[in-house]
Ligand binder design. Sequence first.
Ligand code: ADE
Length: 221
Amino acid sequence: MRFDILTIFPKIFQSYFDDSIIKRAQNKKLVTIKIHDLRDGAKDKHRATDDRPYGGGPGMVMKVEPIYNTLKKIGAVKSKKAASHRVILLTPQGNTLTQKTVKRLSKYKIITLICGRYEGFDERVRSLVDEQISIGDYVLTGGELPAMVVVDTLARFVPGVLGHDGSVKDESFSKSLQTLEYPQYTRPEIFRRKRVPPILLSGNHQLISEWRKKHQRTKHR
Ligand code: ADE
């Protein structure tokens, strides 16, 4: 799966994507992440990506041309791109991201993510995208954290990305992952007088399995 991220703060992504599971996924060529600096799509001499709003008012508005130019450069213009390519705008006005959305998006080969900043963006940016996504009913300073959330949740669906056997694509496995939330323990056996349930130390797999089922905390989605 390939991700293209359009942002005016390319450095924000380094530490998260250059570590841990996402790093390994990139090394194994299962996931490709390309960060595009929107300033490179700005053609004026100041390389401005924002400007004052028409009609006045506080704050700045993200310009449409740097976004369009960058989309064009990476083959992500709506009318020209492949059906397996989805262009997404991160915005608090978008549809709230759920695991169901993630599953649907996991079918695409290329995901382009546009991160907004400042007070907002030129309304015409919306016409350049396939869908608008919010990661929750709160307002962040920009779309960079939401873009990382989208990449992270989608990467889990790429076969081979997660360490354990099996893929979240497998329906039953995905279900078991959602309900995997039984209490887990590791050493030590006793911590400040709190003991690990003796069944888990019994070695009796039948009993352990029953105990886990009984203590599962299912989250309905
Ligand atoms: N940009 C600012 N807040 C956001 C949110 N909650 N979701 C997506 N993009 C955003």
